[in-house]
Design a protein around this ligand. Structure first.
Ligand code: NA7
Length: 537
């Protein structure tokens, strides 16, 4: 007989950890399945050199535990991955979370059993468990993808994907290193590897618009001030568009005079964090002229920082405007290309033909390397769902249901998958993710409490409500230039079959709006989700 739990949670990252805490408070039996050997999710897996927050550290932590806030000190304004992982381990210790988490346990399948209204979970080792509620905490950026380049398996040197970085230290000293990929991860990796590698060759397909992070240590005195301001900080994060401390300037770009504009952009470029992206004039992603103006401003900054004008031009994006893809935050990234040991290989000019046993062959040259680093990203948002064989009512596959893009109600549930609730899934506000996670987990926990107390067997939206929500999410994306560009944010991944067409997989309205709509659903007694009679498939 499969062991039964009230709830099963898939994933022990930040959302799975908090969900476990909340479900325990409800007195439910819970088991969390986690593929890794410990907690932390993103911060467990992404151990690559230079990995760190691009959001202000203190805005990214859990806010639900006052004692935790009062006792944990942060040491950098944008914490490096080891510090964040230490923090999450501390949370796991404090709440003794590990006793309900089964590590080294990758979920292979999750099947809804109509007859018993339960979920049957099968792990990769074949073991099976059942539960009444199934909560996915699988993460929007957790399914790494290797490049679809022939010969990847033939390379004889060291090779790593950034999201599967070894737990042991990796040295670049004296080595000839290649990095493929120049997204947020590639940028953080490149600027770190360039410090010690004998040579570094960066294989760039699409340059991104990067902007200075301006990280610095937090002094003990500053930490005291930050702590004293926590209430106001979290309040602000709940009011801003995407939960960051930054929020769009209420002006349109051309409301300001050219001098005011220039001064504002200079100030943003010289300020830490995402301000230049999410604290810019409110129309930079909807007004093409405005977007061209900020793009020209940032392009000039790149030209000023890169000595060789030919390389500078290669580093300036030409196929998308500033902010229409995730802006990587950098620390002397552009200056790396002024170093003698660093080469930029534009693989649009000389495409990669294959990986060889000794290096990389392009249409222009054959390069030898001791190490290849793949910073090639993720099958984002729906990828982690696709890797599990989810089947709902009547055996229908989630992958089929979402063939042309995800369909959800409030981003937390979908038709045909009763009692399955999603954390940080498709169609919900992302932004500063932990802020969304806390709301998301608390909302899901309240719904489960409601269902248990009212003896409601089945939580499931109607087809009509799923279509309405999905249409609403799509309509919010209209006119937003981020949806006109290929990136993980539009569900495109050149390395995954069937992911070549852009879709709307993110809620692009404001986080306060999304939360208000969820709260309204709760206040009316979850009428779109709970049915006292079993719903008909
Ligand atoms: P991204 O942002 O998806 O970047 C992946 C990079 O890898 C990007 O530059 C890709 O080029 C490149 N790539 C992918 N496949 C290939 C192949 N086959 N050949 C050459 N280059 C390739 O992933 P990240 O890990 O950097 O960041 C993801 C998010 O995680 C980030 O935004 C943060 O929010 C956290 P392309 O642009 O597709 O031409």
């Amino acid at each position: 007989m499969a062991q039964h739990f009230d709830a099963i949670v898939i994933g022990a990252g930040m959302s799975g950890m908090y969900q476990l805490i909340k479900l325990r408070e409800l007195g439910l039996s819970v088991r969390v399945f986690e593929a890794g050997t410990d907690v932390g999710g993103t911060w467990y897996w992404n151990r690559y050199p230079g990995a760190r927050f691009d959001s202000e550290t203190y805005s990214y932590q859990f806010s639900f535990d006052k004692e935790l806030l009062a006792t944990w000190d942060w040491h950098e304004h944008f914490a490096p991955q080891p510090e964040t992982l230490r923090y999450l381990n501390h949370v796991a210790d404090k709440y003794d979370l590990r006793r309900d988490i089964q590590f080294r346990s990758r979920v292979k399948a999750a099947h809804y059993l109509d007859a018993s209204n339960t979920w049957q979970i099968t792990l990769e080792d074949g073991s099976q468990y059942t539960s009444h509620f199934l909560i996915t905490a699988v993460g929007p950026l957790s399914a790494p993808t290797m490049p679809a380049i022939p010969g990847v398996d033939t390379f004889k040197g060291e090779s790593y994907h950034t999201a599967r970085w070894p737990h042991e230290p990796v040295s670049f000293e004296g080595k000839r290193v290649a990095v493929i990929g120049t997204g947020a991860t590639g940028v953080q990796t490149i600027q770190e590897v360039a410090k010690t590698a004998k040579t570094l060759a960066v294989f760039q397909r699409t340059p991104n618009w990067c902007a200075p992070l301006l990280n610095r240590p937090i002094t003990p005195e500053e930490m005291q001030e930050i702590r004293a301001g926590y209430d106001a900080l979290f309040q602000r994060c709940m009011e801003t568009f995407s939960c960051f401390i930054h929020t769009p300037d209420p002006r349109n770009t051309f409301d300001a005079t050219p001098e005011e504009r220039e001064a504002f952009w200079e100030k943003l470029y010289a300020s830490p964090g995402f301000g230049i992206w999410v604290g810019n004039f409110k129309d930079i992603l909807t007004n093409r002229e405005a977007n061209a103006a900020i793009s020209a401003f940032v392009a000039n900054k790149i030209r000023q920082r890169v000595k060789d004008p030919v390389i500078a031009e290669k580093l300036i994006p030409k196929n998308h405007g500033f902010g229409t893809r995730r802006v990587p935050m950098e620390t002397k990234y552009y200056e790396v290309y002024n170093q003698d040991n660093v080469t930029l290989v534009d693989i649009n000019e000389t495409p990669i033909a294959c990986i060889t046993p000794t290096g990389i062959k392009t249409s222009g040259a054959e390069y030898e390397f001791d190490m290849i680093i793949y910073a090639t990203g993720f099958d984002a948002i729906t990828g982690a769902f696709d890797r599990i064989d989810f089947r709902g009512v009547g055996g229908q596959k989630l992958k089929d249901r979402w063939k042309y893009g995800p369909e959800t109600y409030l981003g937390m549930s979908t038709r045909g998958f009763p009692n399955m609730l999603m954390l940080v899934g498709p169609h919900m506000a992302l932004g500063n993710i932990p802020r969304t996670i806390e709301f998301n987990v608390e909302w899901v926990s309240d719904l489960i409490k409601f269902a248990v107390e009212n003896k409601i067997d089945r939580i499931e939206p109607s087809e009509e409500d799923v279509q309405k929500w999905t249409d609403h999410v799509k309509s919010l994306g209209e006119g937003n230039m981020t949806f006109e560009v290929n990136s993980w944010m539009t569900g495109v991944n050149s390395n995954v079959d069937g992911k070549q067409v852009r879709i709307i997989n993110r809620y692009s309205g404001s986080a306060p709006d999304w939360r208000r709509l969820c709260t309204e659903e709760a206040e009316r007694g979850y009428t779109h989700l709970v049915h006292r009679e079993p719903a008909v498939a």
